[in-house]
Design a protein around this ligand. Structure first.
Ligand code: DMJ
Length: 494
């Protein structure tokens, strides 16, 4: 019943109010994998959770509780149709809905239960993803319970996102940091003074939810479609770039970086740092190509997914690091990037960062700012969507070695462990077939986030299953991979 389990030491972790984050996040994976007994036990245990109390009077994390716990319960209801879940959905929904009881209606992203509702202000700063990733779950909760108040709360927030979309330094994109508690005019919530724009940490799912909310609510409103169209044009213009890496004559690759406004200067530059978190972008453009019949978006989706696959297949572990930099190719033609890469390779002294020196790096990697692997799903998420949208077996073929590398290196005594480095191998003890053996491999960390069960394993399972299992014509998956059912009456396209 704890929120998490440490995979090396087998200890409980309580970091989400003791609301059984791993248990609830795993429910729909158990269900769709046909693990019936485990599902029944987990569901019965979930019904015992008390969402009106937060362990140790800790703060509720609105974003994480919404995507992992509310999303997990909603999807389980949509799959298993067990009415015992309805009171639990209402209990949790009401607790999370109090976040919106602020003077300006903007949500408190962290709050203590019962803390002066109506008078407490939204935070002065927050990552845009934490306020822009609530619409899907709150809307589905209203559809499921028939109570409009959840939808009304996120609708008002989305109206404000829409009204400020053109006000930032890159009109169409919201900066990574926004100001929900602002008492100034409307524009001050989302646009003021932002200096960085990306699809990575702090921003990612805010863009994902424009498209996915259109799928869920597009019959009722054009709001999300309009926002997605405006944002996606600017993503293409300002964030996507072609790298100079080996073999670009054979593989067409794009990455997404971070646009940065240099203080006191008028211009915006592009940081060519690639984040694992941004690997969802390939999947999102593939979905967009299907929904809006835009073949160009499918090409982008292919290039972006190729980039993440390249990053997996070219490290010593076969796993992509959390973040790394590459050189930007100045040419349009990918064949010329090969030459640009060769020129780069001939220059430069070794530089070390976080214990990784450039002369230890695989070809094409300029530096690795964060060499960890945190059991994240975004690359396989895009592989799964590419496979579903195109039917091309290629995406399963490249997914298989990635799956094998992840399983091999992360397997741990009590589950699967995050990795300290995807680049450096050390001599360590490893658990194989219940035996401890000495092996050379990456150092493991005593961390296993619940999205390992909710997302990474689920996406791999779906990648290698028949396409009618969770058809993307019938479900939209929230950012934690929880499938929410679309019916003909509510789906946003034909
Ligand atoms: C998950 O909680 C969600 O996918 C979120 O949108 C981003 N981070 C993790 C997985 O990496």
């Amino acid at each position: 019943m704890a929120d998490g389990l440490t995979p090396l030491s087998g200890q409980p972790r309580q970091h989400f109010c003791g609301w059984g984050a791993t248990l609830v996040d795993s429910l729909d994976s158990l269900y769709l994998m046909g693990l019936e007994d485990e599902f029944k036990r987990a569901l019965n245990a979930s019904l015992m959770l008390d969402f009106t109390k937060c362990l140790d009077d800790a703060e509720v994390n609105l974003f994480e509780s919404t995507i992992r716990i509310l999303g997990g319960l909603l999807a389980t209801y949509d799959l298993a149709n067990d009415v015992r879940l309805i009171p639990k959905l209402v209990e949790l929904g009401d607790v999370l809905h109090t976040a919106f009881m602020t003077p300006n209606g903007m949500p408190r992203t962290r709050y203590r239960l019962g803390q002066s509702e109506g008078r407490s202000r939204a935070p002065s700063t927050a990552p845009v993803a934490e306020v822009g990733t609530l619409s899907l779950e709150f809307a589905r909760l209203s559809q499921t319970t028939g109570d409009r108040k959840y939808l009304d709360a996120v609708d008002s927030l989305s109206q404000k996102l829409a009204q400020t979309q053109q006000d930032s330094g890159i009109p169409g994109l919201w900066p990574e940091t926004v100001y929900p508690g602002s008492v100034g005019g409307l524009g001050s919530y989302f646009a003021r003074g932002g200096l960085r724009w990306s699809l990575g940490a702090g921003s990612d799912s805010a863009y994902e939810y424009l498209l996915k909310s259109h799928l869920l609510l597009g019959r009722q409103t054009d709001l999300y479609k309009t926002m997605w169209k405006a944002a996606s044009e600017q993503i293409k213009e300002h964030l996507l770039f072609r790298p100079a890496i080996p073999n670009t004559n054979r593989t067409d690759v794009l990455f997404s970086g971070t646009a940065v406004k240099v203080p006191d200067r008028e211009y915006i530059t592009l940081e060519t740092k690639v984040q694992h978190l941004a690997c969802f972008a390939g999947g999102i453009f593939a979905l967009a190509s299907r929904i809006f019949e835009e073949p160009q978006d499918l090409k982008l989706a292919t290039q972006l997914t190729n980039g993440c696959v390249w990053a997996y297949l070219n490290t010593p572990t076969g796993i992509m690091p959390e973040s790394f930099s590459v050189m930007r190719c100045p040419h349009e033609d990918p064949r010329e990037c090969e030459e640009a890469y060769r020129v780069l390779e001939g220059h430069g002294q070794p530089v070390c960062l976080n214990g990784v020196c450039t002369d230890m790096l695989p070809p094409g990697f300029l530096e690795v700012s964060d060499p960890t692997y945190r059991l994240r799903p975004e690359a396989v998420e895009s592989l799964f969507i590419m496979w579903r949208v195109t039917g091309d077996e290629h995406w399963r073929d490249v997914g298989w070695p990635i799956f094998q590398s992840i399983i091999k290196h992360t397997r741990a005594p009590y589950g699967h462990a995050s990795l300290a480095s995807t680049i450096q191998l050390v001599d360590r003890h490893a658990c194989e077939n219940d035996l401890w053996v000495n092996k050379r491999g990456p150092l493991q960390l005593d961390e296993m986030e619940s999205f390992w069960f909710a997302e990474t394993l689920k996406y791999f399972y779906l990648l290698f299953s028949e396409p009618d299992l969770i058809s993307l014509d019938d479900f939209v998956l929230n950012t934690e991979a929880h499938p929410l059912r679309l019916t003909d009456e509510i789906r946003g396209f034909g």
